[in-house]
Write a protein that binds this ligand. Structure first.
Ligand code: ZN
Length: 139
């Protein structure tokens, strides 16, 4: 069995951003040379997510609005977590809703996606260097 590991780094300009990383992960798959197997992609931070859905700008704005309704950033005093001196209580909750990781099947050297599926990195507490792990195993 072959195994491949790579970290993708991000440093977003704003607190919250949604980045389509499908082509970056596809590049990892080409580098790995694996034709049949599984690809795990996970955020390595507890205030960011990796998820799969449509790369449609309206939907991405809908996610952001919905997450802000569920767990608004302000007022930061609303979150017990922020008593630690942090201001990212909302980001931990947003990450929990959007998930930590995705797993994609690899068939004939390509991601075996359903229609419109794209891999996204969702940042909820950005403006600092953070990373995503890509782990691919197979033959
Ligand atoms: Zn925190």
């Amino acid at each position: 069995m072959k195994s491949f590991r790579k970290e993708l780094w991000f440093n977003t300009k704003s607190r919250r951003e949604y980045i389509n990383i499908t082509s970056d992960v596809d590049e990892c798959l080409r580098e790995s040379g694996i034709k049949e197997g599984l690809c795990l992609v996970n955020a390595m931070h507890i205030t960011a997510s990796v998820y799969i859905n449509d790369a449609e700008s309206g939907l991405i704005q809908d996610y952001d609005d919905w997450l802000e309704q569920l767990a608004p950033h302000e007022p930061v005093s609303h979150y017990r977590h922020n008593r630690t001196g942090e201001d990212n209580g909302d980001a931990h909750l947003k990450r929990q809703v959007m998930g930590r990781e995705v797993v994609v099947a690899i068939t004939n050297g390509k991601f075996d996606f359903g229609p419109w599926e794209q891999i996204h990195y969702a940042e909820f507490d950005g403006r600092r260097r953070k990373r995503v792990l890509v782990k691919i195993i197979g033959e």
